[in-house]
Every structure is written in C-alpha cells, then in structure tokens.
Design a protein around this ligand. Structure first.
Ligand code: HEC
Length: 110
C-alpha cells in the first residue's frame, strides 16, 4: 500500500518536472530567437543614427511594450512588422517584454 503511493507520487513528480522543463525551454528559445529577429528586422532602423529612434528592450516598460504590440497597426512602421510571421512577432514580444525596463532581467540590445 505504502509502496504503491510512493510510486504514484514519483510518477506525478516526474511528469511535473518534464512539463515545467519543456515550458521553460520553450520560453527561452522564443526570447532568444526574438532577440535575433529584433536585431535583424527592427534594429536596421531603430538604432542610434538610424532612420528611426533607437529602441531596445529597456526603452519601454512591460506595460508600454504590451500597448505597442496591441496596436501595431497604428505604428508608422506597421508594414515592416507585416513581414514577420505571427510566431516571429510573438518571439520578438518575448524578447522585448521579457527584458523590458521594469522586468526582472532588463537588457539593452546593442
Ligand atoms: C524601415 C525602418 C523601420 C523598421 C524596419 C522598423 N521600424 Fe519601427 N518605426 C520606424 C519609424 C520611421 C517610426 C516612427 C518614428 C520614430 O518613432 O522614430 C517607427 C516607430 C516605431 C515605434 C513607435 C515609437 C515608440 O517609441 O513607441 C515602435 C515601438 C517601433 N517602431 C518598433 C519597431 C519594431 C519592434 C520593429 C521590428 C518588428 C520595427 N519598429 C521596425 C521605422 C522602422
């Protein structure tokens, strides 16, 4: 009886570790790809001395990035965004929002 219960607990624990592990790996991969996409797609213009004002994750708070992504169609550069797939846009969001000024790990993208 006791042995059986320990076995079930072990199975549940293993399942939880795998699920949480996969979720975390997925999130990291997205933000990393988002960083690459941001550099490749956005920083061509949004860089010091570029054609638009410099932008990096710390340029905005998480709430401000949220607003940007909610209203992309109001941006001057919405046609540039349209070149990204939905998945790519989510990856860029993961990078910008995840490393925003008021996030736990703010990052300046150089
Ligand atoms: C072809 C050049 C170009 C590209 C590429 C581009 N933008 Fe822009 N973007 C502009 C211009 C021009 C403006 C309006 C003027 C300004 O804000 O400097 C603008 C405005 C913005 C704004 C509003 C300004 C602000 O500070 O809130 C945000 C946010 C923004 N862009 C984010 C992005 C992101 C993210 C990407 C990549 C997905 C991107 N842009 C790609 C040219 C570009």
């Amino acid at each position: 009886m006791m042995v059986k219960r320990v076995g079930i607990t072990a199975i549940i624990m293993a399942f939880l570790f795998v699920t949480i592990g996969l979720a975390m790996a997925g999130e990291k991969a997205n933000a990393r790809k988002g960083k690459y996409l941001f550099r490749k797609t956005c920083r061509t213009c949004h860089i010091e001395g570029g054609s638009a004002k410099e932008l990096s994750p710390v340029s905005k708070t998480q709430a401000q990035w949220q607003r940007v992504f909610d209203k992309v169609d109001q941006l001057k550069c919405k046609d540039e965004w349209a070149k990204l797939s939905e998945k790519d846009t989510l990856d860029v969001y993961a990078h910008l929002h995840g490393h925003a000024f008021d996030s736990p790990s703010p990052a300046k993208c150089k």
